[in-house]
Design a protein around this ligand. Structure first.
Ligand SMILES: NC(=O)c1ccc[n+]([C@@H]2O[C@H](COP(=O)([O-])OP(=O)(O)OC[C@H]3O[C@@H](n4cnc5c(N)ncnc54)[C@H](O)[C@@H]3O)[C@@H](O)[C@H]2O)c1
Ligand SMILES: [Zn+2]
Length: 396
């Protein structure tokens, strides 16, 4: 055997700014000049933009082009910003990957160029996959434009699209060259999307940071009103906790089977798939967290009042904690809950051994190697009963 270790050090950069394409804002220019140009004077740049963002802010592509025009001597913008259909459906259409590859190819990008992507988590995942595989990897600068992607997905090290009807079945681990979080993009987000990102902040607080949880609980009204300072704080802390876990948790490329950041996600991924993504990722994670919290409570691992307090916070933040698909059977003959297949799929995703993160107190997580299916059903039924009781209370 001939054996050599290969170690590489990456820098994972997440930069916070306000108005990245304001003419005077130089954050992006600093990022794009971090690495001295070796091949040519001006770095080649190509920009993909989520169509949902363009619809919400039609002037944006012009602003972007204007920013680059002002810096023509520094950068070679190879084409006008390229629109990409937004939302989960873009991850279900392999042609999109091909389309992005073609655009990169036609623009003459190489491994010394930069792909910039502005968008929600779905567009970041799609363009990220295409950029990571074109020429075996072109530097990627992500500019997440949803609360969820600024606080979680966009600051991570994964990309991927859905395949065989399964979430993120094709994808790579690939550390972006930089992530630029510009809170101003969120001005244009519909409220439901704005709220969606809160769930990943609550999730990471539940498994890592009780103080952050208490901070959110104490500022729930400011969060409901999306007060800019609180929104910014929630995103920054959520991003920081996610990035810290990835960078210092010892397993950035998920070679082991523990996935604490996927707390609540085994149900969530399955629900998204079962509802053909009518339930958004954020909504699905809220439901998944609720099921796993009640499960932990029924299993005697989480105190009832703590469980209820967390569920209440989720509801106060505007998450609906019931969806009928949770009780859908596999078929009329097979009464097993379809959502339980999410456990097998999660196991497959982890690479063989099941490892589910459960919360035993605010800020404290444990890993379990199996889930009791009867208890999962009871947890779901309890969630339903809770929702029904709330409906009755409302109608009284
Ligand atoms: N790679 C990872 O580590 C990781 C982690 C978590 C989530 N994700 C993925 O992220 C995706 C969810 O991302 P998301 O919640 O950001 O939603 P999304 O990307 O589906 O976007 C939601 C909608 O908002 C629109 N939009 C985006 N930015 C906008 C803006 N500023 N103003 C107005 N509209 C805007 C989009 O066009 C889309 O219609 C899922 O596919 C999930 O699997 C990936
Ligand atoms: Zn998530």
């Amino acid at each position: 055997m001939i054996e050599f270790p290969i170690s590489l050090t990456y820098q994972h950069r997440v930069i916070f700014t306000d108005g990245v394409f304001d003419q005077e804002n130089n954050v992006l220019a600093e990022v794009l000049t971090l690495v001295p140009a070796v091949l040519r004077q001006r770095a080649r740049v190509l920009i993909f933009v989520d169509e949902g963002l363009i619809e919400a802010d039609p002037a944006l592509p012009g602003h972007i082009s204007g920013w680059f025009v002002r810096r023509t001597g520094m950068f070679d913008l190879r084409a006008a910003p390229v629109p990409v259909p937004g939302g989960e459906s873009c991850k279900n259409d392999w042609n999109q990957v091909h389309q992005i590859w073609s655009t990169i190819h036609d623009a003459g990008l190489d491994r010394h160029s930069y792909v910039l992507v502005l968008g929600g988590g779905a567009v970041l995942d799609l363009v990220g996959l295409a950029a990571a595989t074109a020429h075996r990897g072109i530097r990627l600068v992500r500019l997440p434009t949803t609360t969820l992607s600024q606080g979680d997905g966009g600051v991570g090290v994964k990309n991927g699209v859905n395949y065989f009807g399964k979430k993120n079945w094709v994808g790579t681990f690939s550390i972006p060259f930089a992530v630029i979080n510009d809170v101003r993009f969120l001005d244009h987000l519909p409220l439901a999307e704005k709220r969606s990102g809160y769930i990943e902040a609550v999730k990471v607080a539940l498994i890592r940071d009780a103080t952050f949880f208490e901070e959110m609980a104490a500022n729930v009204t400011a969060m409901q009103d999306f007060e800019p300072a609180m929104l910014r704080r929630v995103i920054e802390r959520s991003a920081e906790l996610h990035v810290r876990h990835i960078a210092t948790g010892g397993d950035p490329f998920e070679l082991g089977s523990a996935r604490p950041l996927d707390f609540g996600h085994w149900v969530a991924h399955k629900l998204e798939q079962m509802t053909h993504f009518a339930v958004s990722h954020g909504e699905a994670v809220a439901l998944g967290i609720a099921v796993d919290l009640i499960y932990a409570n029924l299993a005697g691992m989480l105190a009832g009042p703590v469980c209820e307090r967390i569920l209440q916070l989720l509801e106060d933040l505007g998450f609906k904690l019931w969806h009928p698909a949770l009780l859908q059977s596999v078929s009329t003959e097979e009464k097993r809950l379809l959502v339980l297949q999410g456990l097998e799929e999660f196991r497959e995703h982890l690479g063989g051994a099941l490892c589910i993160t459960l919360v035993i107190d605010i800020g404290q997580a444990v890993e379990v190697r199996e889930m009791d299916e009867k208890l999962v059903r009871r947890a779901i039924e309890k969630l339903q009963a809770r929702a029904l009781a709330a409906d009755v209370a409302l109608s009284l």
